[in-house]
Design a protein around this ligand. Structure first.
Ligand SMILES: Cc1cc2nc3c(=O)[nH]c(=O)nc-3n(C[C@H](O)[C@H](O)[C@H](O)COP(=O)(O)OP(=O)(O)OC[C@H]3O[C@@H](n4cnc5c(N)ncnc54)[C@H](O)[C@@H]3O)c2cc1C
Ligand code: SF4
Ligand code: SF4
Length: 470
């Protein structure tokens, strides 16, 4: 086995910075195989009895969390920086235009998580023959306990089956091998770190570069271990091994867009059942708590998939959240995609141009945790002399005591959720999970609650604003 693989394992994987993208395991002659670990997260495992040899591609240069790979700004500049219509913003990365919007034609919006744009733009690339197939994440019908994986769609109807967000572990080693075995033009849909790793691979692998033509990014808060899906089913009465499918984003008519539901299918008391609940009523679904989060996500600064040709997310802005049908935030970087939006804006999609500042606002919480919070987490790693990847954000401890406490307690919440799940598994009782987590969640909620002074200030500010407007 090559020295670089050993270094990758000793740095990224051993220190829990691996996001499980699977690119290292897809390399020719790689001694690695992607498997779910005991906490339901993908990571590479060394195959036994592998021969000692270096790989053609240096694994350290394609891993999104190694210190030897290019960062998102460097990749973005090479891809998009030469276009005179492109601007740069430190949050959105390079962009031509930003929009909010939704799909008007077909059932893309109804079937999608948000405004349906991710699936619609994939379909446009197919219909215009710009690609032969789209690589994205769909449900798996055999019941070997893996509910979703990367698969390839060749038609609009196949795409429809793959709509919606999967807050679930996925990896790409198998699908990359499929692309290398099958000629054609592909588009890929992915979260920011996955898009980055394929861009890094394409830099060194001619076949991948020639075949994967378009990169469709999703805005990303963080990725969840499979314990997230299982815990939702379990709380609703379906034991983890009896869970057959899950819809993480069921739109609830008449409610705010972020007040969506979840729906699970599985076996309860020997019978097949479909059960659902509003997401906010469930124990593990508060995204701010970050339960079952991959540790790598704590060290990621790319919220808006800066290396993608186009990025789609939710427009979490008050003026759009009132519509339960869902509205996308959109960042366009590739002129071909820009042209598709321009041509379709009369009848097929509704889009309104917005500023990069407004895009930032739609993801303000995510940016605070992943830029401001990251600088503190990097500071702590350096202070403890622990290995960590190079980031665009610099380490710093210039935060208020309150923010430092919030960041520290968030890390504990996430780490303890894995332990609590294991305890519940052993006791075969979801209540054991709640018993372990209750105090930790309560303590965190107290820390984030606004102080008396800030509540008073907020009220005064509101009153002043009202007087000014009169
Ligand atoms: C892990 C994760 C975290 C996210 N965090 C945020 C966030 O913090 N803020 C925000 O605004 N948006 C976030 N999103 C994006 C959001 O959930 C929607 O996916 C996005 O708004 C696109 O909606 P749509 O209706 O246009 O997509 P749809 O038309 O429903 O299409 C979704 C497409 O994404 C593919 N897909 C689903 N899950 C995955 C996955 N895990 N990896 C790769 N491809 C996938 C589907 O196969 C489909 O092609 C996240 C998505 C994921 C998967
Ligand atoms: S992040 Fe991806 S490339 Fe890096 S070690 Fe993990 S699976 Fe391999
Ligand atoms: S937060 Fe970053 S590292 Fe985590 S899944 Fe999203 S893009 Fe990847």
């Amino acid at each position: 086995m090559g020295e670089r693989i050993i270094e990758l394992m000793n740095t990224v994987v051993e220190n829990d910075f691996c996001i499980g993208c699977g690119v290292c395991a897809s390399l020719k002659d790689s001694p690695l195989t992607m498997k779910l670990d005991q906490f339901g997260k993908y990571r590479p495992f060394l195959n036994e009895n592998m021969q000692q040899r270096d790989l053609e591609v240096n694994a350290l240069t394609v891993c999104p969390f190694s210190s030897d790979s290019k960062n998102e700004t460097e990749i973005g500049k090479e891809l998009f920086g030469h276009n005179e219509k492109t601007s740069f913003n430190k949050y959105t990365g390079y962009y031509i235009k930003n929009y909010v919007g939704h799909v008007k034609e077909g059932e893309y919006r109804e079937k999608g998580s948000s405004g349906g744009m991710a699936n619609w733009i994939s379909a446009q690339l197919l219909n215009k023959k710009l690609v032969d197939a789209v690589i994205h994440v769909k449900s798996v019908n055999n019941s070997n306990q893996v509910l979703f994986k990367y698969q390839i769609s060749h038609s609009e109807s196949e795409l429809y089956n793959g709509a919606k967000s999967r807050y679930y572990p996925i990896e790409m080693s198998q699908v990359i091998k499929l692309v290398k075995e099958n000629k054609g033009k592909y588009a890929i849909v992915g979260i920011p770190c996955f898009i980055k790793s394929i861009r890094l691979l394409a830099d060194q692998d001619k076949e991948v570069k020639e075949r994967i033509k378009y990169f469709i990014g999703l805005v990303c808060g963080h990725l969840k271990s499979d314990m997230f899906a299982k815990s939702i089913g379990w709380e609703l009465g379906i034991e983890p091994e009896k869970l057959k499918s899950i819809d993480f984003r069921k739109k609830l008519e008449g409610r705010l867009a972020y007040d969506y539901g979840v729906e699970v299918e599985g076996e309860k008391n020997g019978k097949d059942v479909v059960l659902g609940a509003p997401s906010r009523e469930l124990y593990t679904t508060n995204w701010g708590h970050g339960l079952f989060k991959y540790n790598a996500c704590e060290f990621c600064d790319d919220v808006l998939a800066e290396t993608a040709d186009v990025t789609l997310g939710d427009a979490w802005l008050p003026e759009y959240s009132i519509d339960s049908k869902g509205t996308n935030v959109i960042v366009v970087r590739n002129p071909v995609i820009q042209k598709i939006f321009e041509e379709s804006k009369e009848d097929k999609v509704h889009i309104e141009e917005i500023s990069p500042e407004k895009v930032f606002e739609s993801q303000a919480g995510g940016f605070r945790h992943r830029r401001d919070g990251l600088s503190y987490r990097l500071y702590l790693k350096d202070k403890n002399n622990e290995w960590r990847p190079k980031k665009r954000v610099l380490p710093s401890d210039k935060h208020s005591n309150k923010r430092k406490k919030i960041y520290a307690k968030r890390a504990v919440l996430s780490q303890e959720s894995f332990k609590a799940y294991k305890i519940a598994e052993k006791q075969k009782d979801f209540k054991a999970f709640i018993n372990h987590m209750d105090y930790i969640i309560e303590d965190y909620n107290k820390t984030v609650a606004p102080s008396y002074l800030s509540k008073v200030l907020r009220k005064v500010r509101k009153k002043v604003n009202r007087l000014v407007k009169q």
